[in-house]
Design a protein around this ligand. Structure first.
Ligand code: ARG
Length: 287
């Protein structure tokens, strides 16, 4: 079962009333999860992993989404692709268009076509990528714009490709800390509705110019501590009211509650061994 964190913290009197939007997401059961290569600082092939525990923890996340009324779709896991559980990297799906992923590392390359095949069968308008990009790991829709990460994985040229494919404004942000190698480890989108945009982020994960952009666009953003970011607390998923987060990110949990949200903590300790958390396991499907 998931833990609904209950504390004494109450929303500040000025906190707005938060409203939930029904979400549709794609997930991949971690039946073949393990750590046999290292492509980020969290991964250590020498440390043992427990696939059954990974599946059980993932199931809790899945059931939490179902409990929130989300439409949860599943893609079949492929043997030999241990990182396929991180569905966020499988592509970017906006307005019925599925812009495919093209992975930085050879070890994950085969995930790109596997996800595109799923999108095709599900009736999405699939666009094959020419440029290296790791899907929603680096692309976050906030309002009408897409925040796009670069520095470790997705290439800057994919930001232009994404803008052409979606016809949307794409805002480049440069990541500088290898522990926060994907944008979804450094920014949490709390409310993506146009006019209601609200995010949380870790300032030290960005270079100076990117930080300027974030400060200017989101003056009321929640700034998260290094401690909470270090348990991938920002790697969370929100429906505008309910925010599913790493249970260990207790400071962020308090900040969310004060801001009028309803945080729900889940423990994905096994999947953290691969360098991923809640959001990494979640790909939003937008028709
Ligand atoms: N082991 C995976 C990698 O390094 C983890 C991916 C995490 N996904 C994410 N959306 N941040 O590629």
């Amino acid at each position: 079962m998931s833990t609904v964190i209950e504390t004494q913290t109450t929303p500040t009197p000025t906190a707005p009333e938060r409203t939930a939007t029904k979400k549709s997401v794609l997930m991949c059961r971690p039946e073949h999860f393990t750590v046999v290569y290292q492509i980020n600082p969290w991964m250590d092939p020498a440390k043992p992993t427990d696939t059954a525990l990974a599946v059980a923890q993932w199931q809790t996340l899945h059931d939490t989404y179902v409990g929130l009324g989300f439409d949860v779709q599943l893609i079949d896991p492929v043997e030999g692709l241990p990182d396929m559980v991180y569905a966020a990297n499988g592509g970017t799906v906006i307005d019925g268009i599925a812009y495919g992923a093209k992975f930085t590392h050879e070890q994950r390359a085969a995930e790109g076509p596997a996800y595109m095949e799923w999108f095709r069968r599900a009736g999405f308008d699939v666009r094959e990528p020419a440029e290296t990009n790791e899907g929603e790991g680096d692309f976050l829709l906030v309002g009408d714009a897409i925040l796009a990460g670069t520095g470790f994985r997705s290439d800057g040229s994919s930001h232009d490709e994404l803008a052409r494919v979606t016809g949307r404004e794409v805002v480049t942000l440069t990541l500088v800390n290898p522990s926060f190698y994907h944008l979804d480890t450094a920014i949490a989108v709390l409310d993506s509705r146009p006019g209601q945009e609200h995010i949380a982020y870790l300032p030290s994960a960005f270079d100076g110019p990117s930080l300027e952009v974030l400060r200017e666009r989101y003056p009321d953003a929640i700034l998260v501590s290094e401690e909470d970011a270090a348990v991938l607390g920002l790697n969370s998923y929100s429906d505008g009211r309910n925010v599913v987060i790493a249970a260990r990110a207790t400071g962020f949990e308090r900040q969310l509650r004060e801001a009028g949200y309803h945080p729900i903590g889940v423990d994905l300790s096994e999947l953290l061994l691969g360098g991923g958390g809640v959001k990494c396991c979640t790909l939003e499907l937008r028709r």
